[in-house]
Design a protein around this ligand. Structure first.
Ligand code: PLP
Length: 402
């Protein structure tokens, strides 16, 4: 029997009655863009995150693009991010006319390296430093980046902090005020509701979360034609809105999100325990960080052998991501070269995402680990510091998305 990478049908079974009732409400209100469903979702997601405002937009890429614009970042500015992420993180920076500047990741967590960020900022001559306006850390695979420390660095260098929380719905991190949700600590947090996300719609969707009323106002204006009223416009904005059908689905799934994330954490700890004797190198979950396990990622220099064994056994898996962004053709104009970001390149060469979803059962976990074991015996080989760049084909499933 095939083992799925994500199981959206399993989610649908749990929410179908609730969504059917909401769909009736959508059709009787005939309010298909914005309206009651979207407003309710924004309020409920803000409550879930414990943040002042959530503004729903059309997708996660727009959430990043519009959040940056709302914070005053634009043409000619520079924005620091990581190369080990989905293209949209950098594309949103490019789309506002700004230039992405990469810093490397921490090899243990896959998230932005604080020493790399600090040494990059300190190495810039004063006139170049002025162009840098914001930091966009990514909570990769659902594990929060070191956002408390990043906020301190952002304040020290007078930079805006925009969290790419597109993979981190419900992930939490310890702060001086207790555990806080990823996406609520920076100036703005950006979410994607692409179907395969922990909180996924039945199409595209996104949101910006913020504790700053003024930023929320600007995001709303930018995402809805700069509207003051139906035909009064303060700026020429964009059409980037969530529709009511997606909002109705998201409201139903939001009620399940805590439980589903908890189940993902159970799957993750089973994987960790069963994989412990192997040289599988799961991404670390440091003390004080609570991943929402959007993905469960192992690392191996035998990655391609493990992947082939899984695919042969009809177990879906993925590579997130096979080519770091500084080596993507779309960003070649930035002038980076292979070797510039060794930790990102090493992760791209060794990373493998195992099936991960709330409906994965014990048998499926066991079978997956058994197959991994056949290709990955108790290895004593050292983990490569700077592996060669081998061209790995992109693997994904229709629903795994970015
Ligand atoms: C890290 C990251 N950033 C940004 C995005 C963009 O989100 P969307 O596909 O909704 O535009 C995604 C998702 O797909 C993502 O994984």
């Amino acid at each position: 029997m095939k083992i799925k990478f994500v199981d959206l049908a399993g989610q649908n079974l749990e929410i179908s009655e609730r969504v059917a009732a909401e769909m009736d409400a959508v059709h009787s209100a005939t309010s298909y863009v914005g309206g009651h469903q979207v407003e309710s979702f924004e309020r409920e997601f803000a409550e879930f995150l414990d943040v002042k405002r959530v503004v729903a937009v059309a997708n996660g890429t727009d959430a990043l693009r519009i959040a940056l614009l709302a914070l005053g970042v634009g043409p000619g500015d520079e924005v620091i991010t990581v190369p080990m992420t989905f293209i949209a993180t950098a594309a949103s920076i490019v789309q506002i006319g700004a230039r992405p500047r990469f810093v490397d990741i921490d090899p243990a967590t896959g998230n932005m390296s604080l020493p790399a960020l600090r040494s990059f900022l300190e190495s810039l001559p004063r006139n170049e430093r002025r162009a840098v306006r914001a930091i966009v850390p990514v909570h990769l695979y659902g594990l929060p980046a070191q956002i408390v420390e990043l906020k301190e660095i952002a304040a020290e260098f007078n930079l805006k902090l925009v969290e790419d929380a597109c993979q981190a719905h419900g992930a939490r991190v310890r702060t001086a005020d207790g555990m806080k949700m990823a996406g609520t600590i920076g100036d703005a947090g950006c979410f994607s509701f692409y179907p395969g996300k922990n909180l996924g719609a039945w199409g595209d969707g996104g949101a910006v979360a913020t504790n700053d009323e003024e930023v929320a106002h600007r995001v709303r204006s930018l995402s809805n034609h700069g509207r003051l009223s139906h035909y009064a416009h303060e700026i020429c904005g964009y059409n980037s809105r969530l529709d009511s059908i997606q909002a109705a689905v998201l409201r139903a799934k939001l009620e399940k999100l805590d439980e589903w994330n908890q189940r993902r954490r159970v799957v993750a700890s089973a994987y960790r325990e069963l994989l412990a004797p192997l040289d599988a190198q799961p991404i670390l979950e440091p003390e004080g960080f609570e991943s929402c396990y959007h993905l469960f990622v192992i690392r191996s220099n035998k990655r391609d052998a493990v992947r082939n064994a899984l695919l042969q056994a009809e177990i879906e898996c993925g590579i997130h991501y096979p080519v770091p962004l500084h080596l993507q053709p779309a960003l070649a104009y930035l002038g980076y070269r292979a070797g510039d970001f060794p930790a990102s390149e090493a992760l791209a060469d060794t990373t493998l995402s195992l099936p991960m979803h709330p409906h994965l059962d014990g048998q499926e976990i066991l079978r997956t680990v058994q197959v991994v074991t056949t290709a990955l015996p108790l290895s004593t080989e050292p983990f490569p510091a700077t592996p060669s760049r081998n061209a790995s084909p992109v693997v994904g499933t229709a629903s795994s998305g970015a």
